[in-house]
Write a protein of this length. Sequence first.
Length: 296
Amino acid sequence: MIIYKPLKGKDIYHIISITIATIILVNFGIIVLNSYIFSNLLKVFLLVFCIYQLYYIITWFYLKYGTDYENVYIFKPFKKIKICLKEIEGYKKHSGNINGIKLSGFILKNFSIGKCAIKNIGITNLFITSNKNVFYLKTKKGNYAISPKEFDDFEKFLNSYNIKPIDFEYKPNNGINLHKDKFFIMPFILNSIIIIIFTLNPFILYLSGKLKKSMPLNFNSNFIAIEYGTGKQFAFNQMMYGIFSMAILFCMYYASYFYAKYDKKYSKRFIYISLGISLILLLIQIKILYTFNFSI
C-alpha cells in the first residue's frame, strides 16, 4: 500500500482558538447567569461542543490517504473508508474556496472535514486539509474530496487505472416530503407532546389546587431557590419555557426542510436537537415539582 500525506494548512490553530474561547465564554456565562436551567443547557451544549471539536482536531492530525491495486483508502480516527477503484467514475481537480452548503462537520478555507452540497459537484464527503490541491472523486455510492500532498503522484495513480477527469452533474431535490419519514415525524410528534405536557402541566396542577401557595420561580446554578412566587406565577413562568421550546421546534422544523433538499438523512438531526432541549426542560420541571411541591 502507498500512503499519501494530506497537504495541511493552518486552520487547525483557528479551530483550537475557537474551542478554547468558547469554553471560556460558556463557563463565564454559567457563572454570570447563575441560573439552574440555563446552566444545565449550557453544560450540555459545552459537553457536546467539546466532543465535536476534539474529534475534528484529532482528525486533522490523524488523517491520511492510501492506495493499492484495488482501492483508495481514507484513514481517519476510529474508521477506515474504502473506495473501490472499479466504482470511481472519474475525478475533478480544484483549487480555491469551496462553494456550497455545509451539511455537517467543519467547512473552512483550508480545513474541510464533513459533508457539503457543493455547487456543480453535489453531495460530497470532504477530507480536505488544504484547498490548494483537491481531488473530487465521483463514485456510484457518492462523492469524496481529498487533498494529498503528493498531488501529481496521486493523479498518475488514477490515470494508470484509466480513471480520467470528468464533469460532475448535480441538481438538488425539491420534492422531499419529510412527513412520510418515520425517523422525522416520530421525534417531531414526541417533541410536540413533551412541549404540550411541559406547558400545560403546571396550569393543570394550579387549577386543580395541587400547587403549593408559594413556589420557586428562579434558581441559582446549585438548584437553590432565589425567588418565590404564587402558584399562578410559577405556572406562567414555566409556560414561558414552553414557548421557548416551541420557538426552537419551529426553527428546527424549517431548518430540516431547507436541508432536506440537499441531504435527507442529515436534515433530521435538527428535530433531534429540539427534542433534546425539550426533554431537558421537562426533566428540570419534574425535578422542581417533586423537590418543592410534592415533597413532604
